[in-house]
Ligand binder design. Structure first.
Ligand code: NAD
Length: 340
């Protein structure tokens, strides 16, 4: 049975990296029935007068799974980010960002393997903002709810247990933001005893956590935190293992999941055929795992690790001179060799 999945290539380098991802997915032999939407963001605004038309959300709701490329958001003015809208409309509350060392990619550390779990729908990104023109005062409210905190913290513990991880670290600022992130910490402390004997639990104040992650990243395993802190820590984690071009991401809710590269649409190199598809490919591997296609997910990870360790066919951003599609063909060959 083919998996029915919504496909959103996005804009900028999105269509190029998605073509590469489709070639590599084809090599795994897993069958997909793609429901494809090429118009989103600016192109959808032109065609449908809406950057995120309802038919895209309906497709994700009905297929429950989507593979998505980056979508450009106008800076300062214009429409709200469709990426944020998708996460909020579909309640994709868990942003999962694995940060794992890739052999051959030069970084300050050799053996990093940690996962950031970011609450994706509330906190300072809840959209509760106010500007008092007379007093010239801007307010943004960080909304932390019991139900929102419970579901992301529990998600992190369950994921850690299922994947044989050892420790959960909860990052907060409960010394200063005593009420909002204090609630998040309190709920973490309530849930942790349910996993006693299976998973260690500790907490860290966010500023210390940032320093610890840079100095001693091997001390961390699964890190769960609120929206803004998670946004920053997950990019810090990506920086530790080679940057946004190689880091996967998933946005997961109870009813749907969207897998996407964490980088943006890279307008500076769009159309040049030299974008690195590794991030979207590793997101596609996370999607395969989500769809219970673990051997195919492992085959992609293994091909990516092999290609980087070998280093002869890589895209320019990581020191090679292969085009996006040459790199994809190379990975497809590696996967075919593994399967045969
Ligand atoms: P960006 O990630 O697009 O680019 C930052 C730098 O990294 C650029 O120099 C770019 O060339 C390079 N880069 C990024 N991905 C690459 C890849 N796969 N291969 C090679 N090089 C790569 O960040 P930005 O410039 O801040 O954002 C551009 C646009 O993307 C903005 O409109 C932003 O809102 C949007 N964006 C979308 C998403 C998403 O769709 N989830 C995420 C982040 C940013």
């Amino acid at each position: 049975m083919a998996h029915q999945v919504t496909l959103i290539p996005g804009d900028g380098i999105g269509p190029e990296i998605m073509e590469a991802a489709l070639r590599v997915l084809e090599a795994t032999g897993v069958a997909f029935d793609w429901e494809r939407f090429d118009k989103i963001g600016t192109s959808a605004l032109d065609e449908y007068d809406d950057p995120l038309p309802d038919h895209i959300l309906e497709s994700i709701r009905s297929n429950k799974t989507a593979l998505k490329g980056p979508v450009t958001t106008p800076v300062g003015e214009g429409f709200e980010s469709v990426n944020v809208q998708i996460r909020q409309e579909l309640e994709l509350y868990a942003n999962v960002r694995p940060c794992k060392t890739l052999p051959g990619v030069e970084t300050p550390f050799d053996d990093i393997d940690l996962i950031i779990f970011r609450e994706n729908t509330e906190g300072l990104y809840a959209g509760i903002e106010n500007y008092d023109e007379r007093l010239e005062i801007a307010d943004s409210i960080a909304r932390v709810t019991r139900s929102g905190s419970e579901r992301i913290i529990r998600f992190c513990f369950e994921y850690a247990k299922k994947h044989g991880r050892e420790k959960v670290t909860l990052a907060h600022k409960a010394n200063i933001l005593k009420i909002s992130t204090g609630l998040f910490l309190k709920i973490g402390e309530e849930i942790a005893p349910e996993y006693e004997g299976e998973l260690e639990f500790e907490d860290r104040i966010i500023d210390n956590m940032a320093m610890q992650m840079v100095m001693y990243p091997d001390q961390y395993d699964c890190v769960v935190t609120t929206n803004l802190f998670g946004d920053i820590l997950s990019d810090l984690g990506a920086g530790l293992v080679g940057g946004l071009g190689v880091t996967a991401g998933a946005n997961i809710g109870d009813d749907a999941a969207v897998f996407e590269a964490v980088h943006g649409s890279a307008p500076d190199i769009a159309g040049e055929g030299k974008a690195n598809p590794t991030a979207v490919l590793r997101s596609a591997a996370m999607m395969l795992e989500h769809l219970d296609e673990q051997p195919a997910a492992d085959a992609i990870e293994c091909a990516v690790e092999g290609a980087y360790a070998d280093g002869s066919v890589l895209t320019p951003d990581v020191g090679g001179n292969a085009s996006t599609m040459e790199f994809a063909e190379h990975l497809a060959d590696r996967i075919s060799d593994q399967i045969s």
